[in-house]
Design a protein around this ligand. Structure first.
Ligand code: GLY
Length: 399
């Protein structure tokens, strides 16, 4: 990648000694936290087989909804993770029913005009295909990848995140979250032999690296390109504190997304860049290593976003896996991920409750709109379980 950014400075880790000195949770402790998450899935399994949890909870409890949101794949992904972690067929049966719902959704084109088709279909349907050879899942995921390609803007070389492509408000807007939607395109190229999916993903990730990441390794949440000329225009936020602050979950999408794309696009610049984002993130955390919702804030009274911490933990593990063993910060990234998972397990688990009760307390969905503030967020629950599976099993990503 011709990207000067990767050559820029990686901040020295301010708390490396403290992070490395923490006792690491042993396998038994991680297994106990994993069992606690499975118990919470069990309590909601009947409720969320033919329905899905809403994106965020109310009072810690998710209400059921139809398969119409950008977030519905996270619960199905949790079912697949639970199936892999336990071998229990009841999780697979529930996930398989949901695969049919995802097939129906893409066939009937129910709220699929946005870029989040990767979140939806990698976790529900690519997983089904990879784990069990589910043909319905494969077909649905390929249809979703084709749909995602309709949002590709060739002049700008990006996938537009939101809105009708003729909507001037959203024209040419890409967002950091899209890093996690690109693996669906790479997978589709591998499955079909059609390079166009992969080529679109390549140009998008290069544009994200060049324009969404700022010189100091913080990130804009969103960035506008001119869809006709391809010229870069301006960064702005949607869910962060301000256009020039760094939304914590956006940074976490970067920390996790660049290394996941590196699995398909073996470019060391992606890993160098993710390391710079990771160091920026780790240098702006409260004492317990669970970030506030925007990294402009580093402590109470500002709300934490446990969901961003869970995403970052997965990203740090993915990053540590890809970094050379000689990298000076690799071990700290891994230790930080472990410490975050342990803290979330020790201090952020919602008590086991009635059906619909979430897993992780203290997440934030959309602070500027005051939606899902200090609540469970379904993607936080997914990534927390993914981190636990990464730490306790040999696991191949659904991404
Ligand atoms: N991808 C939307 C969010 O993280 O809230």
């Amino acid at each position: 990648m011709t990207m000067s950014l990767s050559a820029s400075l990686r901040e020295p880790l301010r708390r490396a000694d403290e992070i490395l000195a923490r006792p690491r949770p042993d396998k038994a402790r991680l297994e106990a936290i994993l069992a606690a998450v499975l118990a919470r899935i069990d309590a909601s399994l009947d409720l969320f087989t033919d329905a899905f949890p809403k994106p965020s909870s109310e009072g810690g409890v998710y209400a059921p909804m139809d398969n119409t949101e950008w977030t519905n794949g996270f619960w199905t992904g949790m079912l697949w993770l639970a199936f892999e972690a336990s071998g229990e067929a009841r999780y697979r049966r529930a996930a398989e029913r949901q695969v049919e719902s995802f097939r129906d959704r893409i066939e009937r084109e129910v709220n699929v005009d946005h870029h989040d088709l990767g979140f939806l279909y990698s976790l529900s349907c690519v997983s089904a295909w990879k784990l069990t050879g589910n043909e319905s899942g494969r077909e649905a995921a390929l249809a979703a990848a084709r749909r995602l390609m309709t949002r590709y803007l060739p002049a700008a070389g990006i996938i537009q995140a939101w809105g009708d492509l003729s909507d001037p408000e959203q024209a040419g807007r890409m967002i950091i979250d899209c890093n996690l939607n690109l693996p669906l395109l790479y997978w589709a190229s591998e499955e079909t032999g059609d390079p166009s999916f992969r080529e679109a993903a390549h140009t998008h990730i290069e544009a994200a690296a060049r324009h969404i990441v700022r010189p100091d390794a913080s990130t804009f949440h969103t960035f506008y390109m001119d869809p006709k000329s391809g010229a870069p225009l301006r960064g702005s936020t949607h869910q962060g504190f301000s256009d020039d602050s760094c939304w914590a979950r956006g940074q976490a999408w970067g920390i996790s997304g660049f290394p996941l794309v590196h699995r398909y696009k073996a470019d060391p610049d992606l890993i160098a860049l993710a390391a710079r984002l990771a160091s920026y993130f780790l240098n702006r955390l409260p004492d317990d290593l669970v970030c506030c919702w925007d990294l402009i804030f580093t402590d109470a009274p500002h709300e934490r976003d446990s969901s961003a911490a869970a995403i970052a933990a997965c990203g740090l593990l993915e990053l540590a896996r890809a970094l050379p063993l000689t990298d000076p910060d690799r071990e700290t990234y891994e230790a930080a991920a472990l410490a975050m998972v342990e803290t979330l397990g020790d201090h952020y688990l919602l008590p086991l409750g009635k059906p619909g009760t979430g897993v992780l307390a203290h997440g934030v969905y959309h602070m500027p709109n005051r939606v899902g503030v200090d609540e469970a967020c379904i993607w936080g629950d997914y990534f927390f379980l993914e981190a636990l599976v990464r730490l306790t099993r040999v696991w191949e990503p659904y991404w």
